[in-house]
Design a protein around this ligand. Sequence first.
Ligand code: PMP
Length: 459
Amino acid sequence: MSQVEIPGRVKQKIDIVTPLPGPMSAALQSLSEDYEPATFAHGQVPFGFRRGSGVFVEDVDGNTFLDFTSGVLVANIGHGRKRVMDKVAQMARDQEITNSYNYLNPYRPALARLLMETIPDYCADLKTGKAFILTTGSETVEWSMSMALRHQWKTGHPEKNRVVAFEGAFHGRTAGARHAGGIDGVTEGYGLDVPDITHIPFPDLYRPAKHADGRPYTLQDYIAGIQKIDGASTAAVIFETYQGAAGSRMFPAEYLQALAAWCRRNGVLLIVDEGQASFGRTGRFYAFEHYEIQPDLLCLGKGISGSVPLAAVISRRDIVASQGGMSSTWGGNILSSAVALETIKILIEEKLTENAAKVGAYMARRFKALEGRHAILGETRQMGLVGGLEIVTDRASKTPNPKAAERIVTGCYRKGLLLIEPIGLGGNVIRVAPPLVVTEEQAEVGIDILDRAMAEAEG
Ligand code: PMP
């Protein structure tokens, strides 16, 4: 597949040639600690990114790692793809790299059309809508909530003036997106909700909420909770198709279908935030397709453009018609739009969604087998090529074990497998998300390393 076509000298195998971290990575780490806010790279393994090719990434010291992060879920088409690199080189050579959102560029409207073509036919209302090209995931969340509120107001429902979101959600770190999130550490101390946002429980069946008498919530209890939302004052419900930061938590299908039906009955708009879930990641082009639901507004980012900043809101046409001015300085920048176009074409032409489904199914089977072998592996969750490994003290109590999770990530790094620091509300979930060009053989190499690192963390 793609590996053959990728040029350059990035090795197509793990190769650790210095003690870790290498001297250049260590120097970068200390430079960052001195001059950058303490949450970008801090807390992560000290990996100084130099370049990448396919599923392999090379650090500034010349060490080659197998990448199970996709650069935080962006490199769906793999790193350093020749077609993308050639396009950027051509644009630089021909002095095409300019920016003005006031004027047209040859790529942005073409990208909007291609995006609309990727919307599944069964979503008739969305498919006949429009694509608003922006720059970051947080921006798409701000816009989608604003667009929903404005549409309700404009169509005679000013009383529908609040948004419902989920506990455990992560939607970004700008003011509105931050408060749409349902993670205390992300919202605490940042003032009032703008707009008015109410959170409802995530239907967690692994660690269910408890009734007053101690009985655990069932799926039906969570579904009954939907009916208690005040539809009359609600403009929109926003959710991630799977909860990323909360630890790759998947919604039960029946729950999302019930939520979508409730929204329709109550004139509430459905905002689906697929900032990290689209472009084949879950084994469907869009993750919401697994649930056969129809978003009214769809937030896209990350894998849409891979290596340069771009994001988009896809919206029903009538919702766009309700808006005032819609623009953003970098929205649909010429370079980003050209790269996103190439990226999406590669995804489609190489059938990377199908590969994600196939290799994802293989990885899910392997992880399930590990559940039986490691007492600290509480649950494995997988949808296509995104997964979460719950690291616990023991399977019965399900108590999060962030220390062991941390040891596993560090152990993998030492063996040449790159992972991000544990995620999840208890800081104990290992996220597995290789680029969608990964082969079964490469996945196997990574899983074997994880298996060994887990054994060491237990030992
Ligand atoms: N929504 C989701 C689902 C995300 O995963 C993220 C980023 N992790 C965001 C929104 C925010 O995106 P950005 O960092 O580009 O603002």
